[in-house]
Design a protein around this ligand. Structure first.
Ligand SMILES: Cc1cc2nc3c(=O)[nH]c(=O)nc-3n(C[C@H](O)[C@H](O)[C@H](O)COP(=O)(O)OP(=O)(O)OC[C@H]3O[C@@H](n4cnc5c(N)ncnc54)[C@H](O)[C@@H]3O)c2cc1C
Length: 539
């Protein structure tokens, strides 16, 4: 007898968990199938170094987009801590840097002046007043059915501001607003996280990325999850289980039929609705496989060495695979490194986002180099120290010893650089490029501060886009499951079904997207899960 559920959720990422909690609380029978042996997807904490009691946020690390409404509705025990320092950016090749201190406007203005960018200090305040205005107008709508473009524009109520952030390349706006190479670069990075785009991006993919980085919580702040990202996932998992959702891990889904038959590990279950927490690209393959087995044919599968890693359902001719563009490096250090810039306290520099070799000109040159097939030199990167704000992720012994974690997110390392046969060598090259970039702003080599784990290895781990594809089934290592979409519907987009109004529709009425690939879904937000659950409960 085939088991029947109201809802089967494919994938137990934090969005799948969010959907499961809402739907089970509403009395639906819910089964969650996860291919890994644990839940959380890209929002997990892990003991990354053998025998060392440090639980690092292995992939995602900061929270901005998770609405208070979801925390309240699901009564999640999640604590987020605000960082005092927004960012520190050394001026490349010098011993000076720009420190943006949220707690001291006068000190920030002095810091702009000290790098010869006093006018940009004034422009900075005004520019971010504008992004805050957009955040206050748009973020509260993220947990409601989508506005249309015209409605969103009216909600913002400032046509010049709307045009500068939505209608024309945000890179052009940045170049017109700021004149200093460092200041321009710091602002631009928000348009490039997980997005391979030039400084001035006519496709506006950079604008969409920028928007998601400045509207979270209605303020654009990026907060530290106390206990690491695993604490967020843990709270969602507890809520879903307490409400009665059933979980099966080690359960890899291999096909989904449009009428709701889901096959995992050779077992079929039937669902009133299927919620896909997997990327749309992966879902397409699972449904294609379901349709082929219904027809008794095999899906047409083509593997291309240049683009395909281990997405286990293969690549089907004719579809575009998303591309990620970052390298993530986690480090555990004996202490914070000394900086070249002796005027700034390392605790302040590492307390916010530390931008390295991310000036406007460097970002442009890095994009050109990566587009031409090379690892950029220097590699633009940003780092953040979790343990400064939240030492609970370290054992008491490590804390007492002064140990600190560092998370590095390197930009412009697109998936196209990877040849699967030379993957280990490229990972080494990217790791070397990240360390060299870091060392260019430090007063001592970072390598000297690494600890040694129980197996005798230095405490550093590096994840390429292909590593993410293999571990998490993120196509092309794209951290958002695919290109980000606007947080509103085009005026002429269909809106007749609840799934369309909530931005979670697929071409099959019984199958909804509930992950990062939903409209408004990218990042650690729970929005994909919340919005798919709302569509089901409304529809
Ligand atoms: C390196 C990195 C850094 C990031 N940094 C941040 C950050 O600081 N802040 C932020 O907001 N966002 C960040 N992101 C993005 C964010 O983590 C993701 O967008 C978000 O976690 C996606 O959540 P999800 O639940 O939609 O999907 P996922 O977390 O991708 O979960 C999908 C789940 O589906 C499972 N699955 C896949 N295929 C199958 C199958 N066939 N059968 C069963 N299960 C399957 C996977 O194993 C996984 O558990 C980062 C991402 C990465 C990778």
């Amino acid at each position: 007898m085939t088991e029947q559920f109201d809802v089967v959720i494919v994938g137990a990422g934090h969005n799948g968990l969010t959907a499961a909690a809402y739907l089970a609380q509403a009395g639906r029978s819910v089964l969650v199938l996860e291919r890994l042996d644990h839940v959380g997807g890209a929002a997990v904490s892990a003991q990354a170094f053998e025998g060392i009691d440090a639980r690092l946020s292995r992939y995602s690390y900061l929270v901005s987009l998770l609405p208070q409404r979801i925390i309240d509705d699901l009564r999640l025990d999640v604590r987020l801590t605000r960082r005092r320092y927004s960012s520190y950016t050394p001026v490349p090749g010098t011993d000076r840097g720009l420190l943006v201190d949220n707690g001291d406007a006068a000190a920030t203005a002095r810091s702009f002046a000290s790098i010869g960018a006093a006018a940009d200090g004034e422009a900075w305040g005004k520019f971010y007043e504008g992004t805050s205005h957009v955040a206050r107008a748009l973020f509260p709508t993220a947990t409601e059915p989508l506005l249309t473009r015209s409605e969103a524009r009216r909600a913002v109520g400032d046509d010049a501001l709307w045009d500068s952030l939505i209608e024309r390349p945000v890179g052009s706006t940045i170049a017109e607003t700021f004149s200093d190479d460092v200041a321009r670069g710091v602002v631009l990075t928000d348009a490039l996280i997980g997005t391979f785009a030039p400084n001035v991006d006519e496709s506006l993919a950079g604008n969409r990325c920028f928007l998601y980085h400045v509207i979270g919580g209605g303020t654009g702040d990026w907060d530290v999850p106390v206990g690491g990202m695993g604490a967020v996932t843990g709270a969602l998992y507890s809520a879903a289980r307490a409400a009665g959702a059933e979980f099966r891990t080690g359960a890899e889904v291999t096909s989904i039929t449009p009428d709701g038959v889901v096959t995992y590990n050779g077992i079929e279950v039937a669902a009133g609705h299927v919620l896909a927490n997997v990327a749309p690209y992966v879902l397409e393959r699972l449904v294609s496989s379901g349709l082929s087995s219904e027809r008794g044919t095999s899906p047409r599968i083509e593997t291309s060495r240049a683009t395909v890693g281990e997405i286990s359902t293969g690549s089907i001719t004719g579809t575009t695979k998303p591309e990620g563009a970052q390298v993530k490096v986690n480090l555990l250090l004996s202490r914070l490194p000394r900086l070249r810039d002796s005027a700034v306290d390392p605790a302040a520099a590492f307390g916010g986002t530390f931008h390295i070799n991310e000036t406007w000109n460097q970002l442009g040159a890095a994009f050109d180099a990566a587009s031409a097939g090379s690892v950029p030199d220097p590699l633009p990167a940003e780092i953040y120290c979790h343990s400064l704000t939240d030492p609970t992720i370290l054992s008491p012994e490590l804390r007492a010893s002064g140990a600190q974690t560092l998370t590095v997110f390197g930009l412009h390392a697109p998936h196209r650089l990877i040849d699967p046969d030379e993957h280990d060598a490229l990972r080494d090259q990217l790791e070397g490029a990240v360390l060299a970039s870091l060392n260019s702003v430090l007063g001592e080599p970072i390598e000297d501060l690494l600890l040694t784990d129980g197996a005798g290895h230095p405490t550093i781990e590096t994840k390429t886009t292909l590593d993410l594809e293999e571990a998490l089934q993120l196509p092309g290592g794209n951290i958002f499951h695919g290109p980000l979409s606007w947080p509103f519907l085009e005026d002429d987009a269909p809106r007749s079904t609840a799934a369309e109004r909530w931005g979670v529709a697929t071409e099959h009425p019984r199958i909804l997207i509930c992950g990062a690939g939903a409209q408004r879904g990218g990042g650690v937000s729970g929005l994909g899960g919340h919005n798919a659950a709302m569509a089901l409960l409304e529809g």
